[in-house]
Design a protein around this ligand. Structure first.
Ligand SMILES: [Zn+2]
Length: 191
């Protein structure tokens, strides 16, 4: 009897995961609504109130301790990873890309596209309030820098040469992101 119950529970969890997977591929807004109560670990750490950011302020010593040297260089020192080095370039599963420093959900798999640049590219963020955009005039170029709106971690840049529907290309350092696949959201199918 116990075994049967266990089987049923596993079946139900599996079914809801499948359900959520189809949702994320069809609509970004549904993703926002369905994954809020799922917390696999700190890799995914949405705001208490959707769309409302409470900034995280930590001393640099904290970030140095919790981030890998490469992630620290990109997120805290505005570095750029070498192109075609991130495993997230080839990540094609359904899921959420979160800030590698604070877990804020930044991009959904449904908005990822193959840009050929060697960096993970998206045509829009999960929520415009979650990415901060600042003009960056360094290196003799006028670019728009993209940062995590909560922890201030540098993510990359946004360019006006992306695909439809937005025409934008968010060119993001893979090391500044964590990928959380949809199968890690067993509650995602529940509203
Ligand atoms: Zn962050």
């Amino acid at each position: 009897m116990r075994l049967l119950s266990l089987f049923l529970i596993c079946f139900l969890i599996g079914a809801s995961a499948c359900n959520s997977q189809s949702k994320i591929q069809t609509s970004t807004s549904e993703v926002k609504a369905t994954v809020n109560d799922a917390t696999p670990d700190y890799k995914y750490n949405p705001p208490a109130e959707e769309g409302v950011i409470e900034k995280i302020e930590q001393p640099e010593s904290y970030w140095k301790e919790v981030l890998s040297p490469q992630a620290y260089n990109v997120l805290r020192e505005d570095g750029t990873e070498r192109s075609f080095t991130s495993p997230l370039n080839d990540e094609k599963r359904a899921g959420i890309f979160t800030c590698a420093a604070c877990g804020l959900p930044l991009f959904a798999s449904g908005t990822k596209f193959k840009s050929g640049t060697g960096w993970p590219s998206f045509y829009e963020p999960i929520n415009n309030a979650y990415v901060q955009q600042d003009v960056d005039n360094r290196y003799g170029m006028r670019r728009v820098e993209v940062s995590c709106a909560r922890c201030g971690g540098h993510q990359g840049h946004v360019f006006p040469d992306g695909p439809k529907p937005t025409g934008l290309r968010y060119c993001i350092n893979g090391v500044a992101l964590n990928f959380v696949p949809m199968e890690d959201f067993p509650q995602a199918g529940k509203q």
